[in-house]
Design a protein around this ligand. Structure first.
Ligand code: PMP
Length: 416
């Protein structure tokens, strides 16, 4: 079976597995044990991983707070800021803290907003346009004197939409409002450089770029005024009192190693991509790309294969409709389209040799059509007949060709 569901999760890279293994067996110390060498070595491994991550993100290692993944990092960022703002605001009962996000965010953002709203926080969930896009002007218009936080994802996990986070961050800074950004889908595909990105809080998850499941981080900017943030858990005071709990040393080692294996794309890969013929790019990909340019190469390569998939499919089939933006503002490894004239369930159950998802695989076994496609105005029947592809750096051209052959055959049969 061919795995093309890399927005849901990715295969652990062999180097990541090898780096983790000793920390499950002989190096089993607790990184908080200060009295013996088992603890010291575990702490060293954690700090090495923190440095690897910091180097990639271009930020000091002290900004990194390890969590169990991005769901927790998103909860910590949003609930942490709102809880810290509460006592100040409660003195004047009319001035509740106000927070802003948009309707295309991941459930681990939207459901936090909804829960906080039930608890009395003033919440704005901005609509997105037909391509899933949020405009900076919408954020500017929604800001109030009570706004404490805006949360906007860097790239969408269903439709690959890239948000104008730099512009939104600048306007938040002008207004003294914190910006949180879920950057889970962006690592290795878009530049994520904290010297350039004006965000205050950033969520990451290791398993989206060939690290292990169950570990992630919240990056907390510390080069400006202190960000008021309350922890979710009380306990041993680990991670600068922001995340108590014994650190999962093997997972953190894997997280750090996964960062060593991706390189920061220096500029958005899509700049070049819509100028070249994609199938030509697939053929020439090793010739066309200068050596030593590995990060962009990985992105360009994934985008070229993704474009190859789309061009092959649309040359064989009609009635395929792209969901989300055209290539320019899209993750290089994402393709999402709906298939007109077929039943969504029949389509999914007929695809035997490729692993893709319809709607969002992240939100467990939910039968509801995708909230992202719904927010974009896609009908429920076209949402159900949508396919989401997520390529990885392990995806090959041969795999794409198998996927194309299967989809073409299944769609023709279902339409017959
Ligand atoms: N945000 C986005 C955009 C995601 O794609 C995911 C994973 N589906 C998450 C958050 C949650 O990450 P984790 O699995 O680490 O909790």
């Amino acid at each position: 079976m061919i795995y093309l569901d890399n927005h849901a999760t990715t295969r652990v890279a062999p180097e990541v597995l090898a780096a983790m293994l000793p920390y499950f067996s002989e190096e089993y110390g607790n990184a908080a044990s200060v009295n013996h060498a088992f603890g010291w070595r575990a702490a060293e491994a954690v700090e090495r991983a923190r440095e690897q991550i910091a180097r990639f993100l271009n930020c000091p290692a002290e900004w990194i707070v390890f969590t169990s993944g991005a769901t927790e990092a998103n909860n910590l960022a949003i609930k942490g800021v709102v809880t810290a703002a509460m006592p100040r605001r409660l003195g004047n009962s009319n001035r509740r803290p106000h927070i802003i996000t948009d309707a295309a965010e991941h459930r681990s953002i939207l459901d936090v907003f909804k829960r906080l709203q039930r608890g009395g926080t003033d919440v704005t969930i901005l609509p997105v346009d037909g391509e899933g896009r949020l405009r900076p002007e919408q954020v500017a218009d929604a800001l109030k004197p009570e706004t404490v936080l805006v949360s906007v994802m860097l790239a969408n996990n269903e439709i690959g939409m890239i948000n104008p986070v730099t512009m939104i961050g600048r306007l938040c800074r002008e207004q003294g409002v914190l910006l949180h950004c879920d950057a889970v889908q962006a690592i290795g595909k878009l530049p994520v450089d904290l010297q350039l990105l004006p965000v205050d809080l950033l969520s990451l998850s290791a398993h989206k770029f060939h690290g292990p499941k169950g570990v992630g981080a919240l990056i907390v900017r510390r080069d400006g005024p202190r960000i008021p943030l309350e922890p979710l858990f009380d306990g041993g005071g680990h991670e600068q009192h922001l995340r108590s709990g014994t650190l999962p040393v093997p997972l953190i080692v894997g997280f750090g190693t996964a960062f060593e294996l991706v390189t920061q794309p220096r500029k958005p890969p899509f700049d070049e991509l819509h100028l070249i013929n994609p199938s030509q790019a697939v053929r020439n990909r090793f010739l066309a790309i200068p050596t030593g340019w590995r990060g962009p190469e990985m992105s360009v390569e994934m985008a070229a294969l993704r474009d190859h998939l789309w061009y092959q499919l649309t040359s064989e089939l009609d009635g395929l409709m792209i969901n989300g933006p055209k290539w320019g503002e899209r993750l290089p490894n994402n393709l999402n389209f709906s298939v007109a004239g077929v039943d969504g369930e029949a389509l999914m159950s007929s695809l035997k040799s490729i692993a893709v998802s319809s709607g969002s695989a992240c939100s467990t076994a939910e039968p509801e059509p995708s909230h992202v496609l719904r927010a974009m105005g896609v009908s429920d029947s076209l949402s159900r007949a949508s396919l989401r592809f997520g390529l990885s750096r392990f995806t090959t051209e041969a795999e794409i060709d198998v996927a194309v052959a299967e989809i073409v055959q299944v769609v023709r049969r279902l339409r017959a």
